[in-house]
Design a protein around this ligand. Structure first.
Ligand SMILES: *Cc1c(COP(=O)(O)O)cnc(C)c1O
Length: 233
């Protein structure tokens, strides 16, 4: 089931890349495994998944020691500063940095470990989609400038969530705004390469708008049951 789902997703990525003049190799597929049990995660890894995404510090911390394969763990959710110390030791990339306070704490924990933590800045490109994220280009520039000076941080790009809607133009507007913000920052001397955008509902649009990282949960693992913990799934 999961391996079939992954094949379907990969086929769709390939054909959308083909129709929009992009290369599938430019796109990293992150299987979002929140609320998903270890058995399903292992099936995904056996089907060639190399990147997993989690959105809670505790769940991430519990799962990492149970997976013996070499996995890139992505942290996607809202991160409280008091949880940073649990995430930095295991995270390949933190997608959801949205304040100087949080960036400062990630920098501090990374330096303690002698690590340079790769991060993305989360941008709020719509009112509905999320409570979190930087919502003005001035704030984004300020935060990016802070990160550039922090020796424990390596700023790689931007992340956003589009609203859950069938209005394609609304979704497209969020993604193209993120792409434009990356251009704006790179014109100011940053060297950002990554755009983390696109989920189960909208990843094909995200590919057309330049996504380099897709965060896909439901299309790979099926509907999540929020009434149960990951251990019961
Ligand atoms: C849950 C989640 C996803 C994946 O959502 P699906 O709709 O299941 O693909 C992607 N990004 C973030 C930040 C998430 O929390």
């Amino acid at each position: 089931m999961i391996s079939e789902n992954i094949n379907i997703v990969r086929d769709k990525i390939n054909s959308r890349c083909l129709s929009s003049g992009r290369k599938p190799g430019e796109i990293r597929l992150i299987a979002v495994s929140k609320y998903t049990g270890i058995g399903s995660i292992c099936q995904a890894l056996e089907s060639g998944i190399t990147d997993l995404g989690e959105n809670k510090a505790q769940e991430l911390g519990e799962k990492v020691p149970l997976i013996d394969k070499n996995v890139h763990w992505h942290f996607l959710g809202h991160l409280q500063t008091n949880k940073v110390k649990y995430v930095v030791p295991v995270a390949f990339l933190i997608h959801s940095v949205d304040s100087i306070r949080l960036a400062g704490e990630i920098n501090r924990q990374a330096l303690k470990l002698g690590k340079v933590q790769k991060i993305l800045l989360e941008v709020k490109t719509s009112e509905e989609a999320t409570k979190y994220g930087v919502s003005s280009s001035e704030d984004l520039l300020g935060l990016a400038s802070f990160c550039r000076e922090a020796p424990g941080l390596s700023l790689q790009g931007l992340m956003t969530m589009a609203p859950y809607t069938d209005e394609e133009q609304l979704i497209r507007k969020c993604f193209s705004e993120l792409r434009n913000l990356k251009v704006m920052l790179n014109e100011r001397g940053f060297n950002l390469s990554e755009l983390s955008m696109g989920m189960t509902h909208d990843y094909e649009i995200a590919i057309e708008e330049g996504a380099t990282m897709l965060r896909i949960g439901t299309a790979i693992f099926g509907e999540r049951d929020y009434s149960k913990s990951w251990r019961e799934q």
